[in-house]
Design a protein around this ligand. Structure first.
Ligand code: GDP
Length: 195
């Protein structure tokens, strides 16, 4: 994908009416701090356009990035931040559920998981939830540069087992430091989900 222009076009909070966009949407979900903003910036070829939040878990909004007036990268609010109150967690759930239910342009959901660790209960819940909404999430295993190359297979296996991924689920290792995986993600989006 050649990025000609990017624009944070819409920011939706809990009470917002979600936009009925004219272009396909690709959504990104993951626990706070997993590297979601860094991934979205890498996909957009921007250093810090997507918020890299100083206070993780604080921004409970859905952000729509318009790419070339062709598609939207949709940044879903991160989950699993311990300091968020129960009330906030419920609001988060309602907002994300409303989005997954109602977006007519949503083509694919990417779920980001830190490649280093066993997926958490929240990761598993999110995976099952996305599947329950009728989507086949694509897993992005983030922070690839933090493990040794020789450990890759083991970590991918840990992730597949931990999340109980359905057979055939794609797992793409990614690093925002080296940008490894970036082209593969764009290629997948371009060939399978847009156009
Ligand atoms: P978000 O909360 O999911 O949006 O996560 P951020 O993109 O803000 O990243 C959280 C922290 O992880 C920041 O300190 C990033 O610099 C760091 N980070 C994100 N992606 C990578 C990566 O691929 N490799 C390494 N080494 N650090 C990363």
């Amino acid at each position: 994908m050649i990025i000609k222009n990017v624009n944070l076009e819409t920011v939706c909070g809990i009470t917002s009416v979600l936009p009925d966009n004219a272009h396909p949407e690709i959504a990104f979900s993951g626990k706070s701090n997993v590297g979601k903003s860094s991934l979205i910036n890498a996909l957009m070829n921007r250093k810090s356009y997507a918020r890299i939040s100083a206070t993780p878990g604080k921004t409970q909004t859905i952000n729509y990035y318009n790419i070339n007036d062709e598609l939207y990268l949709v940044d879903l609010p991160g989950y699993g931040y311990a300091k968020v109150s129960e009330k906030e967690k419920i609001k988060w759930g309602q907002l994300v559920e409303r989005y997954l239910h109602s977006s007519r342009q949503l083509k694919a959901v990417f779920l980001l998981i830190d490649i280093r660790h066993e997926p958490s209960a929240n990761d598993k819940m999110m995976y099952d939830w996305i599947v329950g909404q009728g989507y086949e999430p694509i897993i992005i295993a983030t922070k690839l540069d933090k493990i040794k190359r020789s450990q890759l297979e083991k970590h991918i296996k840990m992730l597949r087992t931990g999340l109980k991924l359905l057979p055939g689920t794609k797992v793409i290792p990614f690093s925002s430091m080296t940008k490894q995986g970036r082209d593969e993600i764009w290629e997948l989006v371009e060939t399978e989900y847009i156009g």
